[in-house]
Every structure is written in structure tokens, then in C-alpha cells.
Design a protein around this ligand. Structure first.
Ligand SMILES: Cc1cc2nc3c(=O)[nH]c(=O)nc-3n(C[C@H](O)[C@H](O)[C@H](O)COP(=O)(O)O)c2cc1C
Length: 186
């Protein structure tokens, strides 16, 4: 697929299934690392969650929700079960994190570079027959999640990239506003 078409047709695919081969996953991550990166700091890290690791990740989400939620009884059970099941919306989740440099400018640029790396993955996935979705949510900002992933407390989680075979066809694209987001200085 032509790159311009890939840009226009990229969509978040909520439900993914099947499997992602190690070779394909490695290639998606390799492609991610072609993102621009000021000072070549290579700030990104990719933590792959498969199989039982997804169950443990879902259980972590349910545990945190259970601690924070005021829900009781059946509503609580339903909410916790739903939370635990979220990690099963794809066969593979890649947690993409970035290091946090002591210099705030470098830290910000490293975060931006890692976000660009995530977009590379999202654009590359369909070219290999996969769907993908960038998710964050509460878990992306929790120290418990960093500990679970074996990250440093100072690291930042930029994305959970869900990858797999699309269950449904991609939703129709919404129209883009272009003129309204442009300012011209001559
Ligand atoms: C930084 C970031 C975080 C996101 N986090 C979530 C999320 O936690 N849950 C979710 O459903 N979608 C999340 N998304 C996906 C957006 O909701 C999605 O891109 C948006 O709805 C537009 O749909 P599209 O990607 O198909 O164009 C996130 C996207 C970005 C860029």
C-alpha cells in the first residue's frame, strides 16, 4: 500500500484476534525505531505481553479498579470482570515506554520521538495484515503498571499498542478539518 493511502486509511481497531508471529512483531518494533529522534537517544522500550502475561495485566487492572472503586455487589463484579477482560482484546499488547531524561527538554523530545515510533507501528501493522490500536487509560499512569512491566519509576508509558488480526473491517473514516487548523504567517 502506498504511504499516503496508509496514512488516510489507518484506523483504531478495537477488537483483534488470531496471533502475531514473533518475526512480524519484531519487524513492527524495528520499524518503530526508524522514528526521528533528536540526539539519537533511542529512548523507547517495547515490552511485549502475550498469553498469560495478558491475564496478569488484566488482573492488575481489575485489582487497581477494585481498590479505587466504590461499587459494590454485582455491579462491582461486572466492572472488575470487564476490566480484567480488557487485556484480552488483542493477542499481543506492546507497552511502549520512554526514558525520562533529567533535562526536561530532552525528556519532552524523547516522549515525542517515542510517540512517533508508536505511529510507525500503527501504520506498519496493516501492511503486514494486522490491525492495531493505541490505548493508554488509567493504567498507563500508574506506578503499579511500571513495576509490573519492570520499568523504572521515572519511565513514562506512551502507549499500549494492541496488535492482532482485525475481527471486523475498519470503521468508516470521519472527515478531517484542515483549513480550520492552519494559520498562515506570510
Ligand atoms: C495518546 C493516545 C491515547 C489513546 N488512548 C486510548 C484509550 O485509552 N482508549 C481508547 O479507546 N482509545 C485510545 N486512543 C485511540 C483514540 O481514541 C483514537 O485514535 C480516536 O478515537 C480516533 O480514531 P482512529 O484512530 O480510528 O482515527 C488513544 C490515542 C492516542 C493518540
Amino acid at each position: 500500500m502506498d504511504l499516503i493511502d496508509a496514512l488516510r486509511s489507518r484506523r483504531s481497531i478495537k477488537q483483534l484476534e488470531g496471533d502475531v508471529s514473533d518475526a512480524d512483531l519484531r519487524e513492527l518494533i524495528e520499524l518503530a525505531t526508524w522514528a526521528p529522534n533528536h540526539r539519537m537517544t533511542e529512548p523507547w522500550r517495547f515490552t511485549i505481553l502475550r498469553g498469560a502475561a495478558r491475564d496478569r495485566f488484566g488482573a492488575l487492572g481489575a485489582e487497581i479498579l477494585g481498590r479505587d472503586s466504590n461499587l459494590t455487589g454485582e455491579a462491582r463484579e461486572i466492572a472488575l470482570r470487564r476490566e480484567a477482560g480488557k487485556a484480552l482484546r488483542a493477542p499481543v499488547i506492546v507497552a511502549v515506554s520512554t526514558r525520562t531524561d533529567a533535562d526536561p527538554v530532552i525528556a519532552e523530545e524523547d516522549f515525542a520521538a517515542t510517540a512517533a515510533a508508536v505511529q510507525n507501528m500503527l501504520l506498519a501493522a496493516p501492511a503486514r495484515g494486522y490491525g492495531a490500536m493505541w490505548r493508554t487509560g488509567d493504567l498507563a499512569h500508574r506506578s503499579e503498571t511500571k513495576a509490573f512491566l519492570g520499568l523504572d519509576p521515572s519511565d513514562r508509558i506512551v502507549a499500549f499498542v494492541y496488535v492482532g488480526k482485525p475481527v471486523d473491517s475498519a470503521p468508516a473514516p470521519r472527515p478531517r478539518e484542515v483549513e480550520g487548523v492552519i494559520r498562515r504567517l506570510d
